[in-house]
Design a protein around this ligand. Sequence first.
Ligand SMILES: Nc1ncnc2c1ncn2[C@@H]1O[C@H](COP(=O)(O)OP(=O)(O)OP(=O)(O)O)[C@@H](O)[C@H]1O
Ligand SMILES: [Mg+2]
Length: 294
Amino acid sequence: MAGSAFVKIDRLYEMEIRAKARDAEKDKPIIHCGILDFFKQMTGFEPTAYQVALLLDPSQFVVARWSRQSGKSLCLTLICLYVALSGSNRRIAILAPSLRQSRAMIRRASSFLPKLPGNALEGRALKTKLEFSNGSTIEAFPNSPETVRGLTLDLLIVDEASYIEDDRALYDAIVFALGTTNGRFIATSTPGSRDSLFYEMCMDDDLYGDFSRHHVSFLDALEPSGPLKKGILEKLERQMREDPWRWQREMLAEFSEDEEAYFSYSLIDSAVDDHLGYVKDLNKPEEGGERENE
Ligand SMILES: Nc1ncnc2c1ncn2[C@@H]1O[C@H](COP(=O)(O)OP(=O)(O)OP(=O)(O)O)[C@@H](O)[C@H]1O
Ligand SMILES: [Mg+2]
């Protein structure tokens, strides 16, 4: 009886000590290195030149239009973790076209937890949220304007931004979450439709001129400069020759016109006769020739 009371006291004392240690760590950064070293330590990869440019970009609004499989999501995951761990009490939200995709980023971030100091995580890693001992959080949200209203954020990350349905409604619902923190917004995607907010962020200098823009074609991401393998890409390019806009969009990371147009630019181009000139006045015969019915 007396023994079990001592065991209980020991356990309570241990819990108290652990809580005190946690409190001492609160509000303190968990990591102290630079973001490039952090990327290397976590992934075991050297960041590519274009990943370095994104990792080091200090701009408040950033948009990255990169080819498929160039390392967008990995880079975003590392930015989330770095922002969370290199300061304290940072609130980070991840958005994507679906909750499945934003949760996939949490899963990816969780895969790096074993490489972090043992006391980094507060509680258990959840499917939609990671909470750290320094008070920072990374949370995945669904593409639903109602759900994301009312947040306050230091960093808002959007992956595959060009494929988000009702992107304008979602942006309006969440972007003001950065208003009191003077927080940052980073969106990455392979280009989709021109009728999208992502397109405007990439192209409209009047409205979105303060965005820092990154463009990466597959040519920048081929081995050894990036993770893409030349052999398979040559085959894929051949497969897509009938619909060149697919290749343009996925691998050149260009917004293509042909997908939505009745006539492709190349067809219109081939129909133009360079020998024809403008008729200035339909009632006057052109010099060097009479109109047929005159
Ligand atoms: N710097 C790097 N060095 C080596 N491999 C890398 C590097 N960056 C990313 N990768 C690898 O490239 C692959 C694609 O990465 P990731 O999923 O981040 O690309 P993505 O651009 O998001 O792809 P998708 O367009 O399909 O969404 C992954 O296997 C990832 O580990
Ligand atoms: Mg991705």
